[in-house]
Write a protein that binds this ligand. Structure first.
Ligand SMILES: [Zn+2]
Length: 307
């Protein structure tokens, strides 16, 4: 009898825990996607990001724990456009989880409904550099794309858990409302500087530039994924002086040596601008990503008198 009671209690615990873990297990490749899935999924999901926001998302060191996480995932949300091609596809194969294989319901390529820039018109050659053959994968830096991703996440979560569809729809509506408020705030802050010329290290910012009215006139990298060279840097500095460019944006994971030299040579201010949630500890969600970066940019514009 005692044994039975113990067994019954154990079954109760197991059932209870099974219920507690009924949440959809979501793994995302980046913290930006993690933030959006959390916003839409609420307490009906558990979410973990593989890459951290302070890492270069093109080159993430795969850890054995990633395979473990992917093995038990119900849904994998990836940025797509080959952003993660160097590390994620092998992990998906190694996970031995049929649910999250591309083409299945447990795999969501978040780029499919996003507005993608820099899509190459002609054939791709090695001479064009390493990355972005399917268009620019840094599309989440336009809040309008964050909204599109959130909508795709909402639809997919509703497919995976139809009983919670209304819950996800309500959370999406709230996300959309907050984002619209944010867009108003961010665009108003940037409006006086429309057409401001900047240089960026990598081509991470075309969607951001389009959304907030920046004109990116050059890159510290000669080509995507190719490190700076003296000849390219010299040409860039001449162009910056000619066009009076006062701001250089550098992602936190790049070597600041060349950007700092460019800053010294041209008088431009070098801003370390995180392109992702988690890039610095203050950026804890998708809204704060823009709050932080717009603040940083406006302060720098005011400090340099750049127009
Ligand atoms: Zn890139």
């Amino acid at each position: 009898m005692r044994k039975f009671i113990q067994t019954a209690a154990l079954v109760g615990v197991l059932l209870g825990s099974a219920d507690a873990f009924a949440a959809i297990k979501v793994v995302t490749s980046t913290q930006d996607l993690e933030s959006i899935v959390t916003a839409i999924g609420g307490d009906k999901v558990t979410v973990e990001s593989l890459a951290k926001g302070y890492q270069d998302p093109h080159f993430v060191e795969a850890k054995p724990s990633f395979i473990f996480k992917l093995h038990s995932a119900d849904l994998l949300v990836a940025v797509g456009r080959e952003l993660e091609i160097g590390w994620l596809p092998a992990l998906i194969t190694q996970s031995r989880n049929s649910k999250i294989q591309p083409g299945n319901r447990g795999y969501l390529d978040a780029s499919l409904t996003a507005r993608i820039l820099d899509v190459p018109a002609g054939p791709i050659t090695r001479a064009m550099g390493d990355v972005h053959p399917q268009g620019n994968p840094h599309y989440w830096l336009d809040p309008a794309n964050g909204r599109r991703v959130a909508q795709a996440v909402q639809e997919r979560l509703a497919q995976l858990s139809p009983g919670d569809a209304a819950y996800f729809a309500q959370r999406y509506a709230e996300f959309d409302r907050r984002l619209a408020e944010g867009e108003k705030r961010w665009k108003a802050a940037m409006a006086p500087y429309k057409g401001l010329k900047v240089v960026t290290y990598h081509r991470s910012w075309p969607n951001f530039a389009e959304a907030f009215g920046l004109d990116v006139i050059g890159y510290v990298e000669p080509k995507p994924g190719i490190p700076p060279s003296p000849a390219h840097t010299l040409g860039l500095e001449q162009e910056m002086k000619r066009q009076n460019v006062k701001i250089v944006l550098v992602e936190p994971y790049f070597d600041s040596k060349t950007p700092n030299a460019i800053g010294r040579d041209t008088g431009a201010k070098v801003l370390v601008m995180p392109p992702s949630v988690g890039g610095v500890k203050e950026i804890t969600d998708y809204f704060k990503l823009f709050d932080y970066n717009i603040n940083l940019l406006v302060s720098a514009i005011k400090a340099t008198g750049a127009r």
